[in-house]
Design a protein around this ligand. Structure first.
Ligand code: TMP
Length: 230
């Protein structure tokens, strides 16, 4: 370790200094707000930050997103689109950003596909896990922050949202219960890679919990006072 940046050689011998932090949670969980807060905070600490999302993140990925959210599709088709988008995202954006020392904050990743298409829509979970494992092999490290918020609160937030709704916004309570159950299993399976925070808490408290509990953010723990500026 040199300073606060990890210097690690990847399989091609390239110095890989950035960090990938993925945010997961059901719609309305508050993860996007936390990403924005963390991005602002890291920038205030003179860090380079790249905020991105899935499906999406590249020109190709945004086309996948349009199809993914705009069309009525079979769950397996959705999963294939999500993985196709993800692979290009890693190759075109995430790996280059990590090599340049960026903090990559990604709104959703493989666990969304396992929770939504696997647990929610009934696509075979082992197949999705295998795909996810193969895709993630391309990354040396990944940290996942799961924002766990009560379904009632999430549904309230979705209802209040202005702007265009996506097809998942009209999903049934039963669908979301399955997705939440999926996430709880994923948390158990992933072990230490995933950090769960309680999204029912007040927004700043959730953010503070993220700063306190995510090992990659350890160096910023003492800069807590900056929270007031965010
Ligand atoms: P979001 O960008 O507002 O979170 O919306 C994306 C929607 O797509 C959200 O409802 C979750 C869903 N989704 C999946 O079903 N599978 C996936 O693999 C991903 C990345 C998202």
């Amino acid at each position: 370790m040199v300073g606060h940046l990890r210097k690690k050689l990847d399989e091609k011998g390239v110095i890989n200094m950035g960090r990938l932090l993925v945010f997961e949670g059901i719609d309305g969980s508050g993860k996007s707000t936390q990403i924005e807060m963390l991005s602002n905070f890291l920038k205030s600490q003179k860090q380079k930050v790249f905020v991105t999302r899935e499906p999406g993140g590249t020109e190709f990925g945004e086309k996948c997103r349009e199809l993914f959210l705009g069309e009525k599709l079979d769950g397996l088709t959705e999963a294939c689109l999500a993985f196709a988008s993800r692979n290009e995202h890693i190759l075109q954006k995430i790996k280059p950003a990590l090599r340049l020392g960026y903090w990559v904050l990604c709104d959703r990743f493989s666990d969304s596909t396992i929770a939504y298409q696997g647990y929610g829509r009934g696509v075979e979970i082992n197949f999705l896990r295998e795909m996810a494992t193969n895709i993630e092999k391309q990354l040396s490290e990944i940290r996942i922050i799961y924002v766990h918020t009560s379904l009632e609160r999430c549904l309230e937030r979705i209802k209040k949202r202005s702007g265009v709704k996506n097809k998942f916004d009209n999903s049934s309570k039963i669908f979301y219960e399955k997705v939440i159950y999926g996430y709880s299993n994923i948390v158990k399976e992933r072990g230490g890679t995933i950090i769960q925070v309680d999204g029912n808490d007040e927004i700043k408290k959730v953010f503070s919990k993220i700063l306190q509990s995510v090992p990659e953010l350890e160096q910023f723990k003492t800069n807590h006072n900056h929270l007031g500026d965010i």
